[in-house]
Design a protein around this ligand. Structure first.
Ligand SMILES: [Zn+2]
Ligand SMILES: [Zn+2]
Length: 208
């Protein structure tokens, strides 16, 4: 998380130095720590978040380990969100299985409550950005795929520098996206490559 923050703030850092320090402290190999960092990148992709350049997501991390990593990220950032990593990894493992049996599922799924951290967003920011977008996605430029129950084109607000990455809730950091583009921006294989075009296309945006 420190490397990620430094990268976003354009501060110089040496990735290898982190692995060497960790290796010296915990007695595993430098390579092992580099690989674990790539596992962390993978967990970040499951959370719909960005990862450190050069630390390409490595997906062979089990559900339990991913849940631990997710909890650690929440801990480091002092923020609780709904856990997703373990569930998504179990889905991916199951999808890859051949001859899987049709699951029973659950007629009455259990619930549990926990405190999560929510950002207090400004409705005026979303409203203003939606007005600017005029019913068209600001990424693919296509009209919203459907109207909401309010009869207005359905677009979602996306913060280009995510709030979890200390981005601001302002019109210079927010765009109106169609649901497809929004999902791709968070979970797409090429999510990273979708960001620069936004800054190029939308004059009001300011890099944070
Ligand atoms: Zn779109
Ligand atoms: Zn978003």
């Amino acid at each position: 998380m420190e490397m990620l923050r430094k990268e976003r703030d354009d501060q110089h850092f040496v990735k290898k130095q982190y692995y060497e320090d960790l290796a010296a402290k915990f007695g595993r190999t430098v390579k092992a720590f580099e690989y674990r960092m790539q596992n962390i990148s993978y967990v970040m992709t499951l959370l719909g978040r960005g990862w450190v350049t050069g630390l390409k997501p490595a997906k062979n991390v089990g559900a339990n380990k991913a849940a631990e990593i997710e909890a650690m990220i929440a801990d480091v950032e002092g923020r609780q969100s709904t856990p997703v990593a373990a569930f998504e990894i179990e889905v991916r493992e199951a999808v890859n299985k051949k001859n899987s049996h049709k699951p029973e599922g659950s007629r009455h799924p259990a619930t549990h409550s926990s405190a999560i951290t929510q950002y207090q967003r400004d409705p005026a920011v979303k409203a203003w950005v939606l007005q600017q977008a005029q019913g068209k996605c600001e990424s693919c430029a296509q009209p919203a795929p459907f109207n909401g129950t309010d009869g207005r084109p359905f677009l979602e607000l996306h913060h280009v520098r995510q709030l979890t990455d200390d981005g601001s809730d302002t019109v210079t950091n927010a765009v109106a996206l169609c649901p497809n583009c929004h999902r791709a921006m968070h979970y797409g294989e090429n999510a990273r490559s979708l960001v620069s075009p936004l800054y190029n296309r939308i004059p009001r945006l300011v890099r944070e």
